[in-house]
Design a protein around this ligand. Structure first.
Ligand SMILES: Nc1ncnc2c1ncn2[C@@H]1O[C@H](COP(=O)(O)OP(=O)(O)OP(=O)(O)O)[C@@H](O)[C@H]1O
Ligand SMILES: [Mg+2]
Length: 277
């Protein structure tokens, strides 16, 4: 199997394993790389290990789960960091700067008891050292950048006072506030209705391109993944079964599981031209 994402110095995952507290191998022998500014799609059915892979990269596996193998993330200004086995203190320096995540459910990233503007201000303050009016202006800019209307009203709202699509835009703004080199998006639009999904995907696509970020985009939807990424890695039962360019995987899937995915993908042709829409 070719190495998806080539020998990328931004993220280098080699022989990644994730074992549950009960001793089950949930992810095994996973190897891939992501170069700066490139995009990799991770696809597979529910339970195939996509989210655990994302969590392992961030050093955020649930308690009791253990990662093995190697995950090296290049931290801007600080150089390569080994995530597997790293201490929490070291991981805090990696999260945000090297990589940040947008999860399926935006409430995961948001504190329900804190107004949106205050939450967003925290990473911006930490990253850019702003205070007072300059910080408030940067929060308004960050909300405007994710195309939120009335950024002032949104900033003063609690997460439950805005719509699901608006919450996901806020979560994207939070993830971008640290100016990560790699954005991990784990099913970022699955919880949204179809029209909002398309808008949020287009927003993500544009922001990743504008900032020259690398993207690890996770989904069970081949049509969505092939529209937004260049290369695809197919996971099944915690193992990579296929990888290649998005077009290769869609046009000439070699593994039976990928063939079934392709056959089952709805609106695939239109999705391949999604960027042109
Ligand atoms: N906290 C946990 N404790 C025990 N097992 C878990 C835990 N989280 C995930 N698993 C198991 O690990 C496997 C992979 O889970 P993971 O969440 O990575 O799947 P996924 O590919 O993201 O699926 P989905 O598409 O449904 O989000 C599954 O079998 C799941 O049941
Ligand atoms: Mg998942």
């Amino acid at each position: 199997m070719t190495r998806p994402g080539a020998t990328g110095p931004l993220l280098d995952v080699t022989g990644l394993g994730v074992r549950s507290a009960g001793g089950h191998d949930l992810v095994s022998g996973l190897t891939f790389g992501i170069e700066p500014g490139s995009r990799l799609g991770l696809i597979g059915e529910s339970g195939s290990g996509k989210s655990l892979t994302a969590l392992a990269i961030m050093g955020l596996l649930p308690p009791g789960m253990a990662a093995s193998g190697s995950i090296v993330l290049d931290v801007p200004g600080a150089g390569p960091a080994q995530i597997v086995g790293a201490a929490e203190r070291r991981l805090r320096g990696v999260r945000g700067r090297a990589a940040s995540v947008v999860f399926q459910e935006p409430l995961t990233a948001l504190d329900p008891l804190m107004k949106v503007g205050r939450q967003l201000a925290e990473p911006i303050r930490r990253r850019r050292g702003l205070r007072g009016a300059a910080l408030r202006a940067a929060v308004a800019d960050a909300l405007a950048e994710v195309r939120l209307p009335e950024p002032g009203r949104i900033a003063r709202a609690y997460p439950h006072e805005i719509s699901g699509g608006q919450r996901q835009r806020v979560a994207i703004a939070m993830a971008l506030a640290c100016e990560p080199a790699l954005l991990i998006a784990d099913e970022p639009t699955t919880a949204l209705d179809v029209t909002v999904q398309a808008e949020v995907l287009a927003l993500l696509d544009g922001l990743v391109a504008a900032r020259g970020m690398a993207l690890l985009f996770i989904s069970h939807d081949l049509a969505v993944v092939s529209g937004i990424t260049d290369r695809i890695l197919v996971l099944k039962d915690g193992r990579a079964v296929e990888s290649g360019t998005a077009r290769q995987v869609v046009n000439a899937p070699s593994h039976p599981y990928t063939r079934a995915l392709v056959a089952g993908a709805r609106h695939l042709d239109s999705a391949l031209d999604w960027k042109a829409r």
